[in-house]
Design a binder for this molecule. Structure first.
Ligand SMILES: C[S@@+](CC[C@H](N)C(=O)[O-])C[C@H]1O[C@@H](n2cnc3c(N)ncnc32)[C@H](O)[C@@H]1O
Length: 299
């Protein structure tokens, strides 16, 4: 559901039932992927996002009637206050910037994403937020709209900042383009809290069971003792809709043995996390198709 189901709906409207089936069943060859990725005037329904690198992700997750992403309400201040944090698969940085704000009081938060254009948007969003807040009158709430790339990204509420906090925000929040699976092997830095929200499916589909275990092991290694890993896994049924975004994902999908319902046991029994807290029941008001588990593991 969510973004995936919205894309399917668009296809159904345009192409009718039989075409829709053909369209969603298509497996992209590597050459087609390159062409799709380079096309500047692609239609929205043809957006090629093999890593879940949706350009308007938060437009789907945060509807106009929400004041913020509902997941923020289950995030505990103690996980972030005075802590060094990492947000894996940060997309265009909306959650990362929110968590970097004074309300959560991070010492630092680094957002990383495989897609360089999303990292550019995230950096733009941060600059834009700071600029908007520093020019706002005291008590005035502001939001910003539009994308750095000129896209029609929906206005995302990032308000409630004060001038004192925005001055520091550049010191707290940063963004970096990287494929997390291929980086940080020799990284000496350690983090107190690591977020991995709605990313596991994309790692799993693109790098299979081995990639998923690499992701979990690396997170564990990068955490300080007592550190927190917050994970929002996508359910197995949602893999099916995305399995054919590329030849690689189609092949991996067929060979995947581990299932999202096993992740909790893998993280506790094999990776070595000590405890898990299931925050799902405290989550309310999420957009249709995004009612996913949120789990917090402690190293
Ligand atoms: C569906 S979005 C989730 C965004 C964000 N974490 C949230 O939930 O608000 C998944 C993101 O993970 C990123 N991603 C996928 N595989 C990645 C990898 N190996 N390294 C870094 N980022 C990755 C994608 O580019 C995409 O922006």
């Amino acid at each position: 559901m969510g973004q995936d189901s919205n894309e399917t709906k668009t296809k159904r409207k345009r192409g009718g039932r039989s075409k829709e089936k053909k369209s969603t069943e298509k497996v992209f060859t590597n050459e087609e992927q390159k062409q799709q990725g380079n096309g500047s005037n692609q239609k929205k329904s043809q957006e090629f996002c093999p890593f879940g690198n949706y350009k308007n992700y938060y437009g789907y997750r945060i509807s106009n009637d929400m004041d913020e992403d509902p997941r923020l309400k289950v995030m505990k201040k103690e996980w972030f206050q005075g802590k060094d944090c990492l947000d894996i698969g940060c997309n265009s940085g909306v959650m990362t910037i929110h968590i970097g704000k004074k309300k959560f009081g991070c010492r630092s938060i680094l957002g990383v994403d495989i897609d360089s254009s999303l990292i550019e948007v995230a950096r733009w969003r941060l600059r834009s937020f700071v600029r908007t807040q520093t020019s706002a009158k005291p008590g005035e709430k502001k939001t910003h709209s539009g994308g750095a790339d000129g896209s029609e990204e929906q206005s995302i509420p990032l308000s409630n900042g004060s001038n004192a906090e925005t001055k520091d925000l550049f010191q707290v929040v940063s963004f970096q383009k990287e494929n997390f699976l291929h980086t940080r092997n020799l990284d000496e830095n350690r983090y107190d809290t690591i977020l991995c929200l709605s990313v596991t499916k994309w790692v799993h589909l693109n790098w299979g069971d081995d990639g998923l275990i690499t992701l979990f092991s690396k997170i564990w290694r990068l955490l300080n003792p007592g550190g927190i890993f917050v994970m929002e896994p996508q359910p197995w049924k949602s893999y099916e809709k995305n399995r054919r975004v590329s030849e690689t994902t189609a092949m991996n999908y067929r060979n995947i043995v581990l299932r999202p319902e096993h992740f909790q046991n893998i993280l506790l029994d094999k990776i070595g996390f000590r405890t898990v807290e299931d925050l799902t029941s405290s989550l309310s008001g999420v957009s249709k198709g995004f009612d996913r588990q949120v789990l917090a593991f402690q190293k």
